[in-house]
Write a protein that binds this ligand. Structure first.
Ligand code: MN
Length: 750
């Protein structure tokens, strides 16, 4: 019968109340006992319900060993509790770590009953389960960073290690080729990561289990040698310790003695690395004396003196890592002495807490060249992980971990392909970046993106841990605006390239359209002249013109018309050309200045709200008229120059001489007349000037000071100087002029 996952609080109450069968109850009791061993306070209902849910949801599934599947999460939970000493939420998460991925249990269900912390752990575990799917060991650094940046809480990663450890312990049930793959991955990826996390014991076991699979003969050789040496070795340690042991007991010390850990893979690595036979590697004796609580670091020194009393120390081999701990927090006293048989023996002395840190703490070999957080954040991280792992009983340490959100490597994000492949992108990257990262063809044809199963706009910024799928169309769907939505160089350069290509295509199309039209109308024009026509038509280039034609924004017939006019203008004689009076801008400015001087300087001016008789004039650079937003500038001669507020010169004065800026208001003199300049651009047609003057003089009853026009190759350009009352007057005038036939642009000349 299919297991019904409880979804409501009522169903949960029922589910929790239903007892387990006896064999499972025994298993659960054993786990709870392990938890109580490691922690003073254990959330038994939480662990019990997690166990029940794991048991029921995995029911019917078997492991490769033939065991029921739930034995795996149970074993992982046991490692988490017993070997790593982690808290109840971690144990519950370990029990449930495969449910969301492999069973009908959803994360929502877990959130409903197990609370946010367990939910976050399981979510993290589910997210990073894809991390290790790649076989590319070169990505180890990226994996490491991914684990740190997505896991949010370092405990997620530690549970992940426990998961792998149990899989390694049961690896022999899998077919040989699968064993090799997993062992390789463990050795290349997990073990180095565990090392960096300072999980030395776990790392050593992972290495040995991998080595056993990858090099069974090498493993057997070293294991046999160790067995052969075991007795003589233990005998040696016994003999060596004998004089010291008695002293320590007499002095009331509570301690234990450990020999060198029998870490097969490290012996192998030394043999290979140092090209030494087993005996030479192995016979570097090391003995560890661990002082149980309540012994303190001061007691380590007392033990040290007992040892150096009994044996001759080699002074240069002395290390005090207690007063000066290693950067990873490692603390211990190391001394090397000569045994009675003349063998060098390294003795390490430390308290139990120091020993725990050394085995379970986090090492600080994190020397990322490109890490942004710098050593400070890594140190901080190492510090509290070490705290949390070595001292799980203190609530403070637990809170510290809970509050912690990893801020390392914040300039990079790590996202997945649908197949679980990892991609590293800069922070701020969007699905467009991701698409181009996969392949430029994917980027070009991207239509939409699915992030964690949901369709999102392509420009949505991604965050670490997102699984991203790009939905592509058959055709290139590139949007030039994407250039603003990407951060990777790859995407940027490719988008630019493609935009250029696209433009090139449009240009060719537009050129084609024009060529056909020109052939039909029998128009012949050189490229150079066509450029002139394009510029008369206000296009920045012929390419731009062709593009507008191709996209239908500009009618090719209009171009034909302009070209015809251009060709006919070419026949005009030079005389007419000269007759079209041209006035360069400098001359115009001079006129404006002269006019400005003549107008308005005798009227009262309001400065800072006060009517004054200060002399003033209008700045020639911006030629203000009533209605304009203005400001005054007090000149050194004591008069005021009035600028429009938006004038560039005014802005400069505000920045450089703010103390000379005065607040001015326009005097309310109804008869005042101000000089306004209007620029007109349009077709050069017969009667244009008379139409313009008619609008100004007759229709608007405005006095015109001057009109200067130039016409060249079918285009008319004119500048009008008119007397206006205020800005509204000028605006109305411009509006009227814009309606004159053939006028393309009429605007205030500034
Ligand atoms: Mn698992």
């Amino acid at each position: 019968m299919e297991f019904h996952v409880p979804t409501t609080a009522a169903e949960w109450a029922d589910f929790s109340a239903t007892p387990l069968e006896e064999p499972q109850q025994i298993e659960l009791n054993r786990l709870l006992a392990d938890c109580r061993e490691a922690h003073e306070s254990v959330n038994e209902p939480l662990i019990t319900d997690a166990f029940k849910l794991a048991f029921h949801s995995h029911k019917g599934t078997l492991r490769a060993s033939g065991e029921p599947y739930y034995h795996h999460p149970l074993e992982v939970a046991t490692i988490v509790a017993k070997e790593l000493g982690m808290d109840s939420e971690c144990v519950a998460a370990a029990l449930l770590h495969d449910t969301v991925e492999d069973t009908s249990v959803s994360l929502e269900t877990i959130a409903l009953h197990f609370g946010p912390l367990v939910t976050m752990f399981i979510d993290g575990l589910t997210k990073i389960s894809g991390v290790f799917k790649s076989k590319d060991a070169k990505q180890a650094e990226a994996f490491m960073k991914l684990m740190l940046s997505t896991a949010e809480d370092v405990r997620v990663v530690v549970i992940k290690f426990a998961d792998r450890l149990h899989n390694m312990r049961t690896l022999h049930h899998l077919p040989r080729h699968k064993q090799l793959g997993i062992a390789n991955e463990t050795l290349e990826l997990f073990a180095p990561l565990a090392h960096r996390f300072g999980l030395f014991k776990l790392k050593s076991e992972l290495e040995d289990l991998s080595f056993k699979v990858l090099d069974p003969n090498g493993y057997k050789f070293i294991a046999r040698k160790l067995r052969e040496r075991k007795e003589s070795r233990e005998q040696f340690i016994d003999d060596f310790m004998d004089p010291i042991r008695g002293q320590l007991h007499k002095a009331g010390f509570n301690f234990e003695i450990k020999g060198r850990p029998k870490h097969i893979y490290s012996i192998y690595r030394k043999m290979v690395g140092q090209q030494k036979p087993f005996e030479e590697v192995y016979d570097l004796f090391a003995i560890r004396i661990i002082l149980h609580p309540p012994h303190t670091k001061e007691d380590c020194w007392r033990v040290y003196s007992f040892i150096t009393d009994a044996y001759t120390p080699i002074p240069e081999r002395f290390r005090d890592f207690i007063s000066v701990p290693k950067t990873n927090g490692y603390q211990s006293l190391h001394t090397t002495v000569i045994s009675r048989s003349g063998v060098k023996v390294e003795v390490q002395i430390r308290t139990q807490q120091m020993d725990e840190i050394a085995e379970k703490g986090v090492a600080a070999h994190w020397k990322y060249k490109q890490g942004t957080g710098g050593n400070a954040s890594i140190d901080r991280f190492v510090h509290f992980v070490r705290d949390a792992l070595s001292n799980p009983r203190t609530d403070a340490a637990t809170d510290f971990v809970e509050d912690f959100k990893l801020e390392l490597f914040s300039d990079e994000i790590y996202v997945f392909t649908p197949k679980g492949e990892l991609k590293t992108l800069p922070k701020g990257a969007t699905p467009i970046d991701f698409a181009f990262e996969i392949h430029s063809a994917v980027g070009e044809k991207a239509l939409a993106a699915k992030v964690n199963g949901k369709i999102v706009p392509l420009r949505t910024p991604l965050v670490s841990g997102d699984q991203v799928e790009i939905i592509t169309g058959k055709n290139v769907n590139l949007n030039p605006d994407w250039i603003h939505d990407v951060v990777t160089h790859k995407a940027k350069s490719r988008i630019r390239q493609l935009v250029n290509l696209k433009e090139r295509k449009l240009i060719d199309e537009g050129k084609d359209l024009w060529q056909k039209r020109a052939d039909r109308d029998k128009l012949e024009i050189s490229d150079q002249d066509l450029t002139k026509v394009a510029s008369k038509l206000r296009f920045s280039s012929t390419n731009r013109l062709f593009m507008e034609i191709a996209t239908g924004h500009f009618d090719v017939a209009q171009l034909a018309k302009a070209v015809k006019q251009f060709i006919s203008r070419g026949r005009l004689d030079d005389e007419k050309r000269a007759a079209a009076a041209t006035m360069d801008e400098e001359t115009l400015q001079e006129n404006l200045l002269a006019d400005a001087r003549n107008v308005g300087d005798s009227r009262g001016l309001f400065i800072n709200g006060q009517l004054t008789d200060v002399k003033y004039s209008y700045a020639r650079c911006c030629n203000p008229i009533p209605g304009d937003d203005v400001m005054g500038f007090l000149s050194r001669l004591g008069d005021v120059k009035i600028h429009r507020s938006r004038c560039n010169n005014a802005a400069y004065l505000v920045r450089t001489e703010p103390e000379r800026i005065v607040d001015v208001a326009w005097p309310k003199a109804p008869t005042a007349q101000y000089m306004g300049a209007i620029r007109i651009i349009g077709e050069d047609r017969v009667g244009m000037v008379s139409d313009i003057t008619h609008v100004i003089s007759n229709s608007m009853k405005t006095n015109m000071k001057s009109i200067n026009v130039s016409s060249d190759e079918g285009t008319f350009e004119g500048t009008l100087m008119v007397y206006v009352e205020d800005r509204g007057h000028l605006d109305r005038l411009i509006k009227k002029l814009q309606k004159v036939e053939g006028v393309r642009q009429a605007y205030r000349f500034e």
